[in-house]
Design a protein. Structure first.
Length: 428
């Protein structure tokens, strides 16, 4: 009798180990699948710091899209019934399942399948953006109209006013260095950064984006800033936080430290750009800006430090900050414009008109933004919807009414988010 009980216990333990191993096995297969898709789409693998041999194998084999998709479906099936032994494991299983479904959807797109804008973002990013008509944005434009001085059409007045806040090219590096240093200092004060974390800053041109973080592993990043068009003073803090601290650089470094190195969750050593992971990455990077620089603190820093370094008039800092706050409320106009353009309701000229007259986008950058739509499509929702979802989740974790305690709770929740496998649906 004792032998039967012992034997049954052994079988139960073996079954438990098998279940745990199967999740790890799916994770290993997922990593290879991402690298395999990268052979068909050069922009797909945004970061990889796993064994070089796996990348070399993907190049050598260059598997067909049909074979990759079949294996992705098999991996999804192998996750059926998996729950995870604790909350983190449950998040891991959900993460793998949705990342694998996004792989299948991206393969379908590469194979020529067409999705609506909302279908695409639901499959690739685990979220669907709210939509608004032009009248919604025109109501916001009336508020901006009251703030911006001068005569003539609002877009021209906004651009004339904003032209006073362009960082001169010869002062761009010193301004960016100061902004990034402040972003890092404020982040390090609130959370322990990985040892020996570092980055290299480069200025580039001819890109469809304004800034980019290329994560290299071992807590190291290459941060590139596009200088093809004028860079306005507010972009120094935006880019310093978004690409660096506590944005992409910190997000990737914490995932590497807590999930890859401590838990051996190998799936986080590869980052597919068109995946649910991107909504969290971009959303947390954008929310990280106000985490590091709450409104009043940001205005003071820009006025007292960045404006003098750039040779701009500090007296205008407050008024310009108010304009930026109102312009931020127009952000979803970008999503609606992308949807109309990608679904064929807007021509390129109409999309540019919307950017200039509705989103109040700088005219010289409007063509670049349409190029972004063409290349990254529904990815645009990750910045604003991602930020709003991340912010709402973090704020739910704050229980204290004391400002200092609330700030500490906010940072603790933010760090938890940056160190865990959460996706959009797990934030709602």
């Amino acid at each position: 009798m004792k032998k039967l009980v012992a034997g049954g216990l052994a079988l139960m333990l073996a079954g438990s180990a098998l279940a745990a191993a199967s999740v790890q096995d799916v994770a290993e297969r997922y990593r290879k699948l991402v690298l395999a898709v990268g052979q068909h789409d050069p922009n797909y693998v945004d970061a990889y710091y796993g064994p070089p041999a796996l990348q070399q194998q993907a190049v050598k084999e260059k598997r067909s899209l049909a074979a990759i998709r079949k294996d992705a479906e098999a991996a999804i099936a192998d996750l059926a019934g998996q729950q995870g032994k604790d909350a983190d494991e449950a998040l891991r299983v959900d993460f793998l399942r949705k990342q694998l479904k996004a792989i299948a959807a991206r393969i379908d797109m590469l194979d020529g399948k067409k999705f609506t804008f909302d279908e695409e973002t639901a499959l690739l990013y685990d979220a669907v953006t709210p939509h608004y008509d032009r009248a919604h944005y025109e109501a916001l434009l009336k508020k901006i109209d009251q703030l911006v001085p001068g005569d003539g059409p609002l877009p021209q007045r906004v651009q004339a006013f904003r032209a006073r806040f362009v960082i001169p090219q010869d002062k761009l590096k010193v301004v960016m260095d100061a902004a990034i240093a402040a972003c890092r200092a404020r982040t390090a004060k609130e959370m322990a950064l990985p040892e020996k974390e570092s980055f290299v800053l480069e200025f580039v041109k001819n890109k469809p984006w304004s800034g980019y973080n290329w994560y290299k592993g071992d807590a190291h990043s290459l941060i590139q800033i596009n200088t093809e068009f004028p860079i306005y003073i507010e972009r120094a803090v935006d880019l310093g936080c978004h690409e660096g601290y506590p944005g992409h650089h910190v997000y990737n470094a914490l995932l590497e430290r807590h999930l890859v190195k401590e838990k051996n969750w190998v799936e986080f050593s590869v980052y597919p750009l068109y995946s649910p992971m991107s909504l969290i990455a971009e959303g947390s990077a954008n929310y990280g800006i106000e985490m590091a620089f709450p409104d009043e603190e940001r205005v003071a820093f820009e006025r007292d430090v960045l404006y003098p370094l750039a040779g701009l008039d500090p007296k205008l800092a407050g008024q310009y900050a108010e304009l930026q706050k109102l312009l931020g409320k127009l952000s979803y106009a970008d999503n609606d414009n992308a949807q109309h353009y990608l679904e064929g309701r807007f021509t390129r000229e109409q999309a540019i008109e919307w950017l200039v007259n509705v989103a109040l986008y700088p005219p010289e950058k409007a063509g670049q933004r349409v190029q972004f739509y063409e290349g990254l499509r529904g990815y645009v929702i990750n910045y604003n919807l991602g930020k709003d979802l991340v912010k709402a989740w973090v704020e739910k974790q704050v229980t204290s009414k004391d400002p200092a305690e609330a700030r500490a709770q906010r940072w603790a929740a933010f760090k938890q988010l940056l160190s865990s496998p959460r996706l959009a649906s797990s934030l709602q």
